[in-house]
Design a protein around this ligand. Structure first.
Ligand SMILES: CC(C)(COP(=O)(O)OP(=O)(O)OC[C@H]1O[C@@H](n2cnc3c(N)ncnc32)[C@H](O)[C@@H]1OP(=O)(O)O)[C@@H](O)C(=O)NCCC(=O)NCCS
Length: 156
């Protein structure tokens, strides 16, 4: 509980661009993602500017004692689906923070959007991620032939 309380969520800003870019281009992140290529800081910053303006996307930064620990992104898809993805700073991985951050952010979205389903796509073999999503109340509902599984959490 103490560790949970140490973590805070805030909305991302352009000042987070550099860290978000480093985490995004990290090799483990790329391996667990559907797009393997790295991108330039310039391209990433353009994407972030657009994302911060978008009404269909929310990006949060999780902090611990003021330090950036990771990010959670929510994409609103019609009709009432929120697709969620998580990426921790490499220094914060492997220490149990994934579960705490995902639960906190997912609970917040359930509170804000109780009539929406939350959905996540997990690449085959990402067992850490499967454990983290299971512990936050997600269920695997489908495995695709393209090598990923579909997970949902609903608030009903
Ligand atoms: C995936 C991610 C969110 C997991 O968060 P984390 O805090 O690093 O997770 P942990 O290392 O604490 O591991 C979570 C669980 O998986 C277990 N685990 C770790 N490595 C594992 C492995 N190779 N196989 C199976 N289980 C493993 C841990 O023991 C832990 O389980 P427990 O709580 O029952 O002990 C984080 O590592 C990350 O951001 N990775 C890069 C980006 C990514 O993969 N995002 C997810 C895309 S869907």
């Amino acid at each position: 509980m103490r560790r949970q309380n140490e973590l805070k969520l805030r909305s991302a800003t352009l000042e987070d661009a550099h860290d978000l870019w480093l985490w995004r281009n990290d090799p483990v992140t790329r391996a667990n993602s559907f797009h393997g290529q790295k991108i330039s800081l310039r391209e990433h910053t353009r994407w972030l500017q657009k994302s911060l303006r978008s009404r269909r996307r929310r990006i949060y930064i999780a902090t611990r004692k003021g330090e950036r620990a990771g990010t959670i992104r929510f994409d609103f898809l019609p009709p009432k689906v929120i697709q969620i993805s998580i990426n921790l700073s490499p220094e914060f991985r492997g220490k149990g923070y994934g579960k705490l951050i995902l639960k906190k952010a997912s609970d917040l979205m359930i509170k804000k959007y109780p009539d929406h389903f939350q959905k996540a796509l997990i690449k085959k073999g990402n067992q850490k991620s499967e454990k983290v999503f299971t512990s936050a109340g997600f269920l695997k509902i489908h495995e695709t032939e393209e090598g990923y599984s579909v997970w949902i959490r609903n608030s009903h």
